[in-house]
Design a binder for this molecule. Structure first.
Ligand SMILES: [Zn+2]
Length: 345
């Protein structure tokens, strides 16, 4: 019996020496120490021995069993350590690493930064306002009479819960930035000049030149004496700085309730250079900024005396400017989130 146990131990030791992975080791453990394993069966047969032999053989059997279990555990640890080392191994440090993906600025953001730079250098303040506005701010304060068709032409997104209210209690997503100018006038002492970049919302059908959500950039100067011609020079300077070369513009009379006189500034389409394309509706010119002098009623709404103060507005459509600058022929790409498009900037 003693010999049988010792032989089994030698047999196990020899087999374990050749083991290279833990699956084989586990199979070996089951083969010898499992419920029906060879060593377990040998232990069971001790019961059949004569009474005087049992204590001695039993003690020896337990010692051998502990030794075998120890060898199994040790081998298991060695194999686990080797696996770890294998995973941590650096194969070739001269191989190129994983490429790092760099993010970039959206073309609209770039245009905003460009314009902010220009206006800061011209001593303008950069102003910010809320996207959620109300009827008073976006229409009443800006000289839109009640029931004026221009209120409807803006196709405003009204908030459902407040739709039946009026004035400050009728909430909307701002359809333009101009409402914030009255807020600014109320809280600042003229003379002042500020610019105001932001996102606006209109409930309208989309096509290559129109989107439901787009960016505007507004500039307002309020002073006691401001020449319209100086405003035109400012517009040309801005466009030249943004595009890096002189841009042909034309100024024509335009009506907006919040300005008097009002005008529209067109720039030559930079996608087709005046030859006509889908972006400029084939007329070679693109309306980029309405503007004018603030209407006396707007100055009054801002708490200013129109007999003392006058001003100059422009409101730039940023998406169109970005389209012109980068030669983009569909405004819907701006909010598409398409990386193939965005990675080009
Ligand atoms: Zn064009």
């Amino acid at each position: 019996m003693q010999d049988l146990l010792k032989n089994l131990k030698d047999e196990i030791e020899n087999k374990i020496k050749a083991v290279k992975d833990d699956v084989v080791l586990e199979n070996l453990r089951v083969e010898y120490l499992g419920r029906k394993g060879k060593f377990t069966e040998a232990l069971k047969s001790i019961k059949k021995l004569q009474a005087e032999e049992k204590p001695l053989i039993g003690k020896l059997a337990n010692e051998i069993k502990l030794e075998i279990e120890h060898i199994f555990n040790e081998t298991k640890n060695i194999l686990a350590g080797a696996g770890q080392e294998k995973n941590n191994k650096i194969y070739d440090t001269s191989l190129p690493g994983q490429p790092v993906t760099l993010s970039g600025l959206h073309p609209i953001t770039k245009i905003i930064y460009d314009l902010n730079d220009v206006f800061r250098s011209l001593n303008f303040e950069i102003y910010e306002g809320n996207e959620l506005s109300n009827e008073k701010e976006v229409f009443d304060d800006l000289n839109f009479p009640p029931g004026h068709p221009a209120r409807e032409s803006m196709d405003t997104y009204w908030l459902k819960q407040s739709e039946k209210n009026c004035g400050v209690d009728r909430l909307c997503l701002r359809p333009h930035l101009t409402g914030a100018s009255v807020q600014y006038m109320r809280t600042h002492q003229p003379p002042f000049q500020f610019v105001y970049p932001g996102r606006v919302f209109r409930l309208e059908a989309t096509d290559a030149g129109h989107e439901r959500c787009f960016y505007q950039y507004e500039a307002l100067i309020v002073n006691k004496d401001f020449a319209f011609s100086a405003g035109k020079i400012m517009i040309n300077t801005i466009l030249e700085r943004v595009f890096g070369h002189p841009i042909e513009t034309r100024m024509r009379a335009g009506f907006f309730p919040f300005v008097e006189p009002g005008f529209e500034i067109d720039m030559q389409c930079q996608v087709c250079h005046g030859h006509g394309c889908s972006v400029c509706k084939h007329n070679g010119w693109l309306e980029v900024m309405p503007g004018g002098a603030p209407h006396p009623n707007v100055l009054k709404a801002g708490g200013l005396d129109p007999k003392v103060w006058q001003g100059f507005y422009i409101n730039v459509g940023l998406d169109r400017l970005a389209m012109m600058k980068y030669g983009i022929d569909d405004v819907r790409l701006m909010h598409s989130g398409d990386l193939r498009f965005l990675k080009q900037f």
